[in-house]
Design a protein around this ligand. Structure first.
Ligand SMILES: Nc1ncnc2c1ncn2[C@@H]1O[C@H](COP(=O)(O)OP(=O)(O)OP(=O)(O)O)[C@@H](O)[C@H]1O
Ligand SMILES: [Mg+2]
Length: 382
């Protein structure tokens, strides 16, 4: 329901007028009114007194007719004072109305503010409720299916495992893939829960972007090789060090390369790049992942970064995954003050970019002589 706009008083044009100033005005008008009333009482008393004493208080030379003189001496000042009294009482009324109007406007403004707050809360509640619904359906579908396949394949292995070595290897691979899928989903769901609760922990350190890129490619390279996809790296110039959470940035790159592998046909090419550039006036390192897949439709370019959103496929088939990877990547990039986006022309592949701002050296924490990034085992990379 939309509330009507608050009525605007003549003072609305002067937003700096305060209630105190209006009260002062009302007090002044009340004083004038009181003065007029006192004068009228004084005049009436004088006239009554004159009648009682029957004395003349205008000089003889002023008017000759005594009756006329008397009428004038009473009527004129009386009329003036009655007029003043009328004017001041009206002005007093107007001042009072202004105060009432001011109070109503303040109340309406407060109501408007409250309404906006409530609308915000409602939108947030709707968002959380949709998130919860998506979470439930994802958990039920994405967890149930791999678990069911693992269960039935294990049953087959238990019963016929020793009979056919070729099928046995196929089944083991299936179990391994499904377990990987499950662990990826659980990791993403945990990240979503931490992000929503504001409990994502950031482990900051100064990192060489090339080193981070290589660590991510070591993980994704295996996936690409399995599908006979060429994974190329284009990083020519020296890159400035970045103050980042190494594992989280690796997570973003593996998400993007993982998607590229998923959507690129067998034998395609994925090109990963990192270069120093400026974005909106800031010095940044820009990472890019280009593929030769189906591309992203214009109307989906923003939506694919929303929680659980998956762009519909041309053949209507369900896309493997839960629609969480890009949303998590966006949260990570946003945290470091960067930007993530996709450029694509349908059927001509797509290129995902993300930037990370270069922090001035002075802001870097004192780092040990050899970079911690080189010491960290790859096993810690998800
Ligand atoms: N390289 C790509 N080419 C075409 N479409 C893509 C590409 N990368 C992402 N998309 C679209 O964006 C959607 C969201 O991607 P996102 O990584 O968030 O989820 P997902 O890969 O479907 O599942 P998850 O990453 O949670 O396992 C994808 O489902 C797909 O529709
Ligand atoms: Mg993904």
């Amino acid at each position: 329901m939309k509330l009507p706009p608050p009525p605007r008083s003549p003072d609305a044009a002067q937003p700096d007028i305060t209630r105190k100033q209006l009260e002062r005005l009302y007090k002044r008008e009340s004083n004038y009114w009181l003065l007029s009333a006192v004068l009228l009482i004084f005049l009436s008393a004088t006239v009554i007194l004159q009648f009682l004493t029957a004395g003349d208080w205008l000089p003889d030379t002023f008017l000759l007719n005594p009756q006329y003189r008397r009428t004038l001496s009473i009527g004129l000042p009386g009329l003036v004072i009655v007029f003043c009294l009328y004017i001041t009482s009206k002005r007093r009324e107007i001042s009072r109305l202004k105060i009432t109007l001011y109070d109503q406007r303040t109340l309406l403004d407060r109501l408007e503010e409250r309404k906006k707050e409530l609308e915000k809360t409602l939108a947030e509640l709707r968002r959380v409720s949709t998130l919860k619904d998506n979470l439930l359906s994802t958990v039920s579908h994405e967890l149930k299916n791999p678990l069911a396949s693992i269960h039935s394949v294990s049953q087959i292995l238990i019963t016929y495992g020793d009979k056919d070595a070729e099928s046995r290897d196929r089944f083991y691979k299936l179990i391994s893939n499904e377990t990987k899928r499950l662990s990826n989903l659980v990791g993403n769901l945990l990240d979503l829960a931490k992000i929503e609760a504001g409990k994502l922990v950031w482990d900051l350190s100064v990192q060489d972007p090339r080193d981070v890129l290589h660590a991510a490619l070591a993980v994704s390279g295996v996936l690409a090789a399995e599908r006979n996809i060429v994974l190329r790296e284009e990083t020519r110039s020296e890159l400035p060090p970045l103050l980042i959470d190494r594992d989280r940035v690796i997570q973003v790159i593996t998400n993007l390369v993982g998607n590229a592998v998923k959507f690129t046909p067998d034998g395609g090419t994925i090109t990963v790049s990192a270069r120093q550039t400026t974005d909106r006036g800031k010095k940044v390192v820009r990472f890019g992942v280009r593929d030769t897949g189906p591309g992203v439709a214009a109307e989906q370019k923003d939506r694919i970064f929303e929680w659980f959103h998956q762009a519909p496929r041309a053949d209507g088939r369900k896309i493997e995954g839960s629609g969480l990877g890009l949303a998590i990547s966006r949260e990570i990039v946003d945290h470091f003050g960067g930007r993530i986006w996709v450029e694509s022309k349908p059927r001509q592949g797509s290129e995902f970019f993300f930037t990370l701002p270069v922090t001035p050296k002075a802001e870097h924490p004192a780092a040990p002589a050899d970079s911690p990034s080189r010491e960290r085992p790859l096993a810690s990379v998800r």
